[in-house]
Design a protein around this ligand. Structure first.
Ligand SMILES: [Zn+2]
Length: 342
């Protein structure tokens, strides 16, 4: 029985797990096009069997590029996204624009783009969500995913562990009378159980065994099932993300999302007095990189990001939480900086 039967809002119509299950699937897709990048396609093109009618080499998700690439794509029955987040985003864009079925074959689980609804593009540097798509089929081929760098696959845990600090903030906002969308305790309890599930699967995840990969994917499906009916990802996105957005804003470069969110979880769980030792221990058991050093951040970078965090969070009109409520004092910054690895 498929897990999807228990998760009506998982945002995936059909899901298959297995070793080598992407082999020879090309013949199932009619006349199809592939959205991909050179590294994953070099591997998957050898295995997929019947070749696609056209291959879209995805440079980025800049709106102008997406429009031009879609216009150059021949008529087709199906779009198949092969690779990581950007390939999935382009696959979603084509499927949304043309109203054709989308098949996702992620070759890495560092992000959750293979199961998210939103079609995201970058318009003049800013991310915009222009539509929603539900994939017809997601193929999780363990062999393909294990071929990706392990620390990048494990980065996929960041957006699950963020439940620890995000759900805390949601509850805090509710208690402070600052939660206009309402607070759903059952959603928070379900979400928190996913952090426990990751911890219980830590040795499998660290080893990226079949069960470990499956645990990461199933947690994302359950997050969808919790959050999509609510209309927001409040249980999963909170101050750890707002910290990460501020770091990105200041540094003007990209980061491995899950590693930067990991640093945000460490710092914000400290600010919240929310079992920081426990969540850091879970990150370490999973081998999730979360230090400033892993993120190529200096002490000055982290200090500046903390000093400007409230102003940036207010300017961006983020959800109410600990950043609004508790001052980030020089003493606090001094103390936490002493606990970090630079
Ligand atoms: Zn995230």
């Amino acid at each position: 029985m498929s897990i999807l039967e228990h998760l009506p809002h998982a945002n995936v119509k059909r899901l298959e797990f297995g070793r080598g299950i992407a082999n020879d699937v090309g013949a199932q897709f009619g006349r199809y096009v592939v959205a991909t990048m050179s590294i994953p396609w070099n591997v998957v093109s050898q295995r997929i069997g019947k070749p696609p009618a056209h291959v879209i080499d995805v440079p980025d998700m800049d709106l102008e590029n997406a429009i031009a690439l879609e216009a150059n794509t021949p008529p087709c029955d199906t779009v198949v996204a092969v690779g990581g987040g950007q390939s999935m985003d382009m696959g979603k864009y084509i499927a949304w624009k043309r109203g054709i079925p989308l098949v996702n074959i992620p070759t890495i689980v560092s992000t959750n783009a293979y199961v998210t609804q939103a079609v995201g593009v970058r318009n003049r540097g800013k991310v915009e969500y222009i539509g929603e798509v539900t994939p017809e089929l997601v193929l999780i081929d363990y062999d393909l995913i294990r071929a990706a760098p392990p620390a990048l696959n494990i980065a996929g845990c960041g957006d699950i562990l963020s439940i620890h600090t995000a759900s805390f903030d949601w509850q805090l906002a509710h208690t402070a009378g600052q939660e206009p969308r309402g607070y759903v305790h059952a959603a928070v309890e379900r979400a928190r159980a996913l952090v426990q599930r990751l911890d219980e699967s830590a040795s499998d995840i660290r080893a990226l065994s079949d069960d470990g990969i499956r645990a990461i994917v199933e947690c994302y499906l359950e997050i969808n099932d919790i959050c999509i009916p609510l209309g927001h990802y409040r249980a999963e996105e909170g101050p750890e993300h707002f910290f990460a957005y501020n770091v990105e804003y200041l540094a003007r470069r990209t980061f491995v999302h899950g590693w930067l969110v990991g640093l945000g979880i460490q710092l914000m769980s400290r600010l919240q007095d929310n079992n920081p030792g426990e969540i850091v221990a879970i990150m370490d058991r999973l081998d999730l990189p979360h230090s400033p050093r892993a993120n190529h951040l200096t002490r000055e970078d982290v200090v500046q990001a903390l000093e400007t965090l409230r102003a940036r969070t207010l300017a961006d009109e983020r959800w109410y939480g600990i950043i609004n409520q508790r001052d980030i004092t020089p003493e606090f910054i001094e103390q936490v900086a002493g606990e970090l690895e630079f």
